[in-house]
Design a binder for this molecule. Structure first.
Ligand code: PLP
Length: 372
């Protein structure tokens, strides 16, 4: 079936108890044993399993074309869960432009625990080859990357990782399965902050790791989820499933709006650079065109000048909201270097946009007045 159909039907069914068309929300933390001591419905305690979480995981696995999906309480918990499948002494390669929180997880949690890691320019397969060590066990792609929208060729990177005996994981938060399916391109794992486009309405926190194959990795993640306990609340799973129903349509509209804004910004005399893979002169455009259905709703641009000029533009927007995060229906603008802290490689004159679902003309008018 096509993605629009999967997004509405996977993981759903009529509730046998009530005939409800929309799934009931199960908030009970505990489930009754039968007189013989068994659990006839398969649920024992909500940390190890819950009907709303099961439905979400089934839907996510189907959307990504994976064997299994493991939901977590946040994208960061899903990311940490994957690093927890590794052992001290193992080496991880990450993208040199990526969500700063993933770098923070490695630095703050896993370095002290003995995991080695280094960054490479994953838009260059040769740079990746040079970074591989005998202990490399995982290559972590983020494409498009945050905040500079660099594109990695998922198929080539996964092949290089596999040749080196490493797994390939792809943070697919920005692409979403509506635009990009990393498992079909050879990645072993597709990871999401479901807080973003999958939820789609800036009202829940969640994460998910989808595995390509059944087996030891899926089992290990399931253990980390249930034993570690970083699980999403049933209501957040319920909200997520509801948000996912409209994902393919939202992603098409986010992408159309972002493309129009990228074209506008490119022509603006106060803008020195626009980073959007949908623009034909973006260095990753042809790869993105091959591995993505559309180019997504995220873009960044550099204001002519420095930090002061960029902050002044952000201060003047009326319709965009100055806020972090992304993927909701409302448009957001953010000065990324401020959020990322002192070790951030992000240029000081860069503003990141999460382009929402307002009319593109209104968004462009707002940016036009803010740029002055
Ligand atoms: C937000 C984000 C995360 C972290 O997810 P949380 O749900 O905030 O923990 C990871 N990767 C990317 C690309 C993100 O945008």
């Amino acid at each position: 079936m096509k993605i629009e159909t999967i997004a509405i039907h996977a993981g759903r069914g009529i509730d046998p108890g009530s005939g409800a068309v929309t799934p009931p929300l199960v908030t009970s933390t505990t489930f009754e044993r039968a007189p013989d001591g068994s659990f006839p419905h398969g649920y024992i305690y909500t940390r190890s399993g819950n009907p709303n979480r099961d439905a979400l995981e089934q839907c996510m696995a189907t959307l990504e074309g994976g064997a299994d999906a493991v939901a977590f309480s946040s994208g960061s918990a899903a990311t940490a869960g994957i690093f927890q499948t590794l052992s001290p002494g193992d080496h991880v390669i990450v993208s040199d432009d990526m969500y700063y929180g993933t770098r923070a997880i490695l630095r703050e949690m896993f370095e002290p625990w003995g995991l080695q890691w280094s960054a490479a320019d994953l838009s260059s397969p040769n740079d990746l080859r040079r970074s591989i060590r005998p202990t490399t066990r995982l290559v972590w792609i983020e494409s498009p990357s945050n905040p500079r929208l660099k594109i990695a060729d998922i198929e080539s990177i996964a092949a290089i990782a596999h040749d080196a005996g490493a797994l390939c994981a792809c943070d697919n938060t920005w692409g979403t399965p509506a635009l990009q399916r990393p498992l079909e391109l050879g990645a072993d794992l597709s990871i999401h902050s479901t807080t973003k486009y999958l939820g789609g309405h800036s009202d829940l926190l969640g994460g998910c790791a989808v595995v390509a194959e059944p087996g030891a990795l899926a089992d290990r993640l399931r253990t980390i989820q249930g034993v570690g306990g970083a699980v999403p609340a049933p209501f957040d799973c319920w909200l997520l499933l509801r948000g996912i129903s409209t994902l393919p349509y939202r992603m098409a509209a986010h992408s159309d709006n972002a493309m129009q804004i990228a074209r506008f910004l490119r022509e603006h005399p106060r803008v020195s650079a626009v980073h959007y893979p949908g623009l034909p002169d973006h260095p990753g455009h042809s790869i993105a065109a091959r591995q993505m259905k559309r180019f997504g709703g995220m873009l960044s641009f550099q204001v002519d000048g420095g930090r002061t000029e960029a902050m002044a533009v952000a201060a003047r927007v009326q319709l965009f909201t100055r806020a972090t995060s992304l993927g909701g229906v409302e448009s957001l603008v953010e000065h990324r270097a401020s959020v990322e802290g002192s070790d951030s490689p992000t240029p000081e004159n860069l503003l990141r946009l999460s382009v929402g679902l307002e009319h593109a003309d209104d968004l462009i008018a707002d940016l036009n007045q803010a740029l002055g």
